[in-house]
Design a protein around this ligand. Structure first.
Ligand code: HEC
Length: 184
């Protein structure tokens, strides 16, 4: 009887300790995520790498519509492996919509603290005109998204012009010929 009591006590004890461990794990996980979530990871790419890898290819998907109709794009021989959004599984006009949305959301990446330009300068986040031009890019991208939804190529001509202007507004000031003077 006493033995039985003991066993039960031990079992209850084990239950409690397992529960405690589980609870501790949850509390730890909670405090870990509470510590890490507000702070974004340091950026991996410099500004030039980001421009070449993201803004350049996705804006080309928008600019493509100036000369061609996305509905006429022939899917790649293996659409699931296509490296061109227009010829992939999610191609045609859907690719134009999605590239516009990607550009809009990616404007935030131009405001990520800690990113450097290729010459080692900080991306000039504190400059009022930088922020303005980043917002200009975001607005132009949303304009292109709305144009893509209409599948009207005249609207896409206009949207391409607005988008290209948002790029060159910033390049004219922050990407001068002399690399040493970029981001200045
Ligand atoms: C808010 C400012 C800003 C906006 C908006 C912007 N860029 Fe840039 N871009 C820069 C800067 C600054 C550089 C040079 C970065 C460096 O050297 O690190 C650059 C570099 C580039 C490069 C690389 C040039 C090279 O020398 O290899 C490309 C391509 C590019 N941008 C395309 C675009 C396109 C396309 C858009 C619009 C869809 C755009 N950028 C919008 C600031 C901007």
């Amino acid at each position: 009887m006493q033995d039985e009591h003991h066993r039960q006590g031990r079992r209850a004890g084990m239950r409690i300790s397992r529960f405690t461990i589980a609870l501790a794990a949850v509390v730890c996980a909670g405090s870990l995520s509470a510590q890490s979530s507000p702070k974004a990871a340091a950026p991996a790419a410099n500004l030039n790498q980001l421009m070449r890898s993201l803004f350049f290819p996705h804006s080309n998907v928008i600019f493509f519509t100036q000369r061609y109709d996305p509905k006429d794009v022939k899917p790649a021989s293996e659409p699931s492996g296509s490296t061109d959004p227009l010829t992939g599984v999610f191609g045609g006009w859907e690719a134009v919509e999605n590239s516009a949305l990607t550009l809009a959301d990616s404007a935030d990446l131009l405001m990520t603290p800690g990113r450097k330009c290729s010459n080692g300068r900080d991306v000039p986040l504190a400059n009022a005109d930088w922020v303005q031009m980043v917002n200009g890019l975001r607005d132009a991208s949303m304009f292109a998204y709305k144009a893509a939804l209409t599948k009207d190529r005249d609207k896409m001509l206009q949207a391409s012009d607005v988008l290209a202007t948002s790029c060159s507004n910033c390049h004219n000031k922050y990407r001068p010929g002399n690399v040493a003077n970029r981001c200045k």
